[in-house]
Unconditional design. Structure first.
Length: 271
């Protein structure tokens, strides 16, 4: 197994184009949020915006619009509930799942993306639960980001930390998607790639919304043209590094997901 460390990231980062414009750096679509869980959508959007993509469009409930614009007026939004009819060709990546809920519309939207969109898709949180019945639709440019309990549900059998790598490899051999198995030493696996283990992060990041931030980071990197496997590897490293920078200035116990976004700008690895 290879380590995702600073040298690996530096060797695989694309230098930003000095003559680039917002379309050069990609357009992310975020489908997230539902009644009572709009904060997850906001975290995902903010993380994507602060990780280098040029534009983000959020497909969120109406109740999320005002707080979303209050935190990041740069974001565009649509409030339609069904994704059918939206021109998906304008987006360079899609993130779906944080706070999405389990409605029939959410299930239909996920199915539509899996069957009609050919770009990279980051699937997290509630969308992972909905995905369990649609695993056969996974493609090599799909990235799934489960924590251990979500991973167990996807597999349909109990997760054992002592068998973590073996279980992850078994899943990766069966399905073509990139697997980001979160936890201490997050694993990134894909068919035809060496397994990777992350070297950044701390237990202060075990807090609500941290995974939503990671989803936005990875989707942003995909939109900027990184291969999905590299986007996942760089994403988990940068995410963890921002958390490590945060605890140099505050306690682990006080760390919240928004703090990770605050410190993304100090990582300086993807410039």
């Amino acid at each position: 197994m290879n380590s995702i460390n600073a040298k690996w990231v530096q060797d695989n980062v694309h230098p930003r184009k000095l003559d680039g414009h917002k379309k050069t750096f990609g357009h992310v679509l975020v489908l997230a949020g539902s009644e009572g869980k709009c904060g997850a959508a906001i975290l995902t959007v903010r993380a994507a915006l602060h990780t280098g993509c040029g534009m983000v469009t959020a497909m969120v409930p109406k109740e999320a619009i005002m707080p979303l614009l209050a935190t990041n007026p740069e974001v565009m939004y649509v409030t339609q509930s069904k994704i059918e009819g939206l021109d998906l060709s304008q987006f360079d990546s899609i993130a779906i799942g944080p706070g999405l809920g389990f409605s029939e519309i959410a299930k239909s939207n996920l199915n539509y993306i899996l069957t009609h969109y050919n770009g990279p898709v980051v699937i997290d949180a509630d969308a992972l639960t909905l995905l369990a019945a649609q695993l056969h639709l996974l493609k090599p440019n799909h990235i799934i980001t489960p924590h251990p309990k979500e991973f167990a549900r996807l597999q349909g059998f109990e997760y054992f930390i002592s068998e973590r790598l073996a279980q992850a490899q078994g899943f990766s051999e069966k399905y073509p998607a990139i697997l980001v198995l979160k936890g201490k030493g997050t694993l990134v696996l894909a068919q035809h790639e060496l397994p990777m283990i992350n070297t950044t992060g701390n237990d202060g990041m075990a807090t609500a919304g941290s995974g939503d931030v990671l989803t936005g980071i990875i989707a942003s990197l995909c939109a900027q043209g990184y291969a999905p496997f590299n986007a996942a590897c760089i994403g988990v490293f940068v995410h963890g590094l921002a958390g490590d920078l945060a605890i140099k200035h505050q306690s682990k116990a006080s760390l919240v997901a928004s703090d990770i976004i605050t410190y993304l700008g100090q990582t300086r690895l993807i410039d």
